[in-house]
Design a protein around this ligand. Structure first.
Ligand SMILES: [Zn+2]
Ligand SMILES: [Zn+2]
Length: 339
């Protein structure tokens, strides 16, 4: 049997192991991808550290996957070998439960699958995925460019495009890391008065480079007050994982404004009077499904939005993961297979 290299985790909290495995065969309804690049996301910690119940080990993480269709299983009609494709966090849904019938695929109650959690992900030379999880990757994007857009990109793009903000509105982006540096670019290209909010004077030049209209240093000033001086934000997307930082910006929402939480913080404080008096709201946003990823890639080509990446070969997965976990990555870590 032909073999492939893969980076697997053998047990919750265990180290990455570079192993040889048989190249998996696609079953009915599945496709096999020859993986070219895979981003490393914070959520890969769920697999690495065993933070989600029910994961079967050994497991190969990775849900920012880009490669080429290599083989198709029985019954797959929409994909052919040779096509460039990507797979993101949303790895599949049943299509028949009531939530799916309502179009809320992220809330599927029967067969909601996350890539690299329910099935092996992209830290490998090959992977198999449900055909329903695939997005087309345009020629204009390299595999390394496209990979981080499959989770970090779609999460920020999709949250913004489904928000109530309209061209010309003030939109805050809290955080300038892996998610935030993309969020600022998308908000700018969608025509919002984009206010980047982060800690420290030194991030201002990055914010401006990304096209931000204003930068607020949350260590030097109160971000809520600064946003109110600008008329109040129609929308703030919170990309940080710090609940206190989220709590600190809610007062910057304008009337009918919404704080959209996409960073997985433990807890945050919400002030009821602030919500009531201004009819403000706090909501979450799930990244998106395959078509949302495909739209994200297309918009990124159209508008020139790109992730800033550090690229590591698959063998250096442990080092690359540590760099992501340390928060030092500038800004997304991407593994390549050399395929
Ligand atoms: Zn992710
Ligand atoms: Zn369903």
């Amino acid at each position: 049997m032909p073999k492939m290299r893969a980076a697997q985790v053998a047990r919750p909290g265990g180290p990455f192991e570079i192993v040889e495995r048989e190249i998996p065969q696609p079953a009915a309804g599945q496709i096999r991808i020859k993986v070219q690049a895979c981003g490393i996301c914070h959520s890969d910690a769920l697999t690495k550290e065993g933070l989600m119940p029910g994961i079967q080990y050994p497991r190969i993480p990775g849900h920012e996957v880009v490669g080429v269709v290599d083989a198709v299983g029985a019954g797959v009609t929409q994909w052919k070998p040779g096509q460039r494709v990507g797979v993101g966090w949303h790895g599949g849904h049943c299509g028949t439960c009531d939530n799916c019938r309502n179009g809320d695929f992220f809330a599927c109650t029967v067969n909601l699958q996350f890539t690299g959690i329910a099935f092996d992900g992209g830290y490998a030379e090959y992977m198999v995925a449900p055909a329903i999880a695939l997005a087309r990757v345009p020629e204009e994007l390299s595999a390394v460019e496209a990979a981080p857009l499959m989770c970090a990109g779609v999460t920020t793009y999709n949250a913004l495009r489904h928000s109530a903000a309209r061209a010309g509105d003030v939109v805050g982006v809290l955080g300038l890391g892996g998610l935030g540096h993309l969020g600022v670019q998308y908000a700018v290209k969608m025509g919002f008065k984009t206010v980047a909010i982060a800690r420290g004077k030194e991030k201002e030049s990055l914010a401006k480079q990304l096209g931000a209209w204003r930068y607020v240093d949350s260590q030097a000033s109160d971000p809520a007050a600064e946003l109110q001086k600008l008329g109040g934000a129609k929308v703030i997307i919170a990309t940080v994982t710090n609940g206190d930082a989220m709590s600190a910006v809610q007062g910057g929402l304008g009337v009918n404004g919404t704080l959209i939480v996409i960073g997985a913080a433990q807890a945050m404080q919400v002030t009821p009077l602030l919500l009531i008096m201004g009819q403000r709201s706090v909501k979450g946003w799930y990244s998106g499904t395959a078509i949302d990823s495909q739209d994200t890639l297309a918009f990124s080509v159209l508008s020139g939005v790109r992730s800033m990446n550090e690229v590591y070969p698959l063998e250096k997965v442990a080092e690359a993961y540590e760099r992501m976990a340390s928060g030092k990555a500038r800004f997304r870590m991407v593994l390549t297979t050399g395929k």
